[in-house]
Ligand binder design. Structure first.
Ligand code: PLP
Length: 285
């Protein structure tokens, strides 16, 4: 049984109830995070909380919680849910109104909901053990505020489903200029001639915490060059390696894009080096 948190109380997840007039339910009017935790140690707790705070500020949800409040909540959920391989889901909606009205209501308290769910063990930096992905591609039809980690994920869900229906594990997205943005629930990297390249942060993609840690561990190591710059879809399809990154996947090698092998169709050497650096450094974030 999973223990959740809802508006101040810890309770079995099955017993958690919100109002149907909660704006998170009616409008997807909320912000969320997923923080990975392995054997009781979280990865990227501080940057995850910082991103949530900036998301809440961006949409004008006022929640007076300190980083310590969030840490206490996460640690309690980790303890109560067995401290294994967990994703800690944190969700703040604008709150429950008394009517359905688009304008922000005054004087309602945000709804704070959190629970823990099992995630796969972290990847091991070994080619033979890599969890590889085959992906689809699609024109990015989401909104122009993809840097906000909004709970309004229908656009992402529909894109994920496009790939899923073809037996693929992700859908890589491109804008009207045929430039890579991200994937439905991951950031995307390519490798070409030994250089690791990912699109720069802007409103077209989520500032992924994993993306940030990958860039930082690679830059600190210094042996593999990295670039944040516009990536065209032609570069994606002619890349030596393609990776998708997220908190639960870490760095996942993509071996086929639209059923065409990436490079030689096998897990690459640069992935191996990057995942080893990520594994060694992730608990420093
Ligand atoms: N992009 C999108 C759209 C996502 O939903 C996610 C994760 O949920 C990511 C990127 C990766 O972000 P992070 O590395 O912080 O998990």
């Amino acid at each position: 049984m999973s223990i959740a948190f809802l508006d101040g109380a810890y309770l079995p997840l099955e017993e958690a109830r919100i109002s149907p007039l909660d704006r998170g339910f009616l409008f997807g009017d909320g912000i969320y995070e997923v923080v990975p935790s392995y054997a009781g140690s979280m990865v990227g707790f501080a940057p995850h909380i910082a991103r949530m705070k900036s998301g809440l500020a961006a949409v004008g949800i006022n929640l007076d919680w300190s980083e310590t409040d969030w840490a206490d909540l996460c640690n309690r959920l980790i303890t109560d849910n067995g401290a294994g391989n967990l994703g800690i889901y944190l969700h703040v909606s604008r709150g429950a109104d008394t009517k359905r009205f688009h304008g922000f209501p005054e004087n309602i308290a945000p709804t704070v909901f959190a629970f823990a769910f099992d995630i796969a063990p972290p990847p091991i930096a070994e080619k033979a053990l890599a969890r590889t992905y085959k992906v689809s591609t699609a024109r990015d039809l989401r909104w122009e505020r993809c840097h906000i980690k909004s709970t309004a994920l229908l656009g992402n869900v529909l894109h994920f489903q496009q790939g899923y229906e073809k037996g693929h594990g992700e859908t890589i997205l491109f804008n009207a200029n045929n430039e890579l943005t991200e994937a439905s629930a991951c950031n995307v990297f390519i490798v070409k001639n030994g250089i690791v390249i990912t699109p720069p942060l802007d409103n077209q993609l989520l500032p992924g915490i994993t993306r940030d840690i990958v860039l930082d561990v690679l830059r600190k190591d210094g042996s593999i060059p990295v670039e944040e710059r516009i990536v065209t879809m032609d570069e994606v399809t002619s890349a030596d390696e393609v990776w998708v990154t997220s908190s639960s996947k870490e760095i996942a090698p993509v071996i086929a894009v639209d059923d065409v092998p990436v490079g030689n169709g096998e897990v690459g050497d640069v992935w191996l080096a990057a995942q080893a650096l990520y594994t060694a450094g992730k608990f420093n974030y």
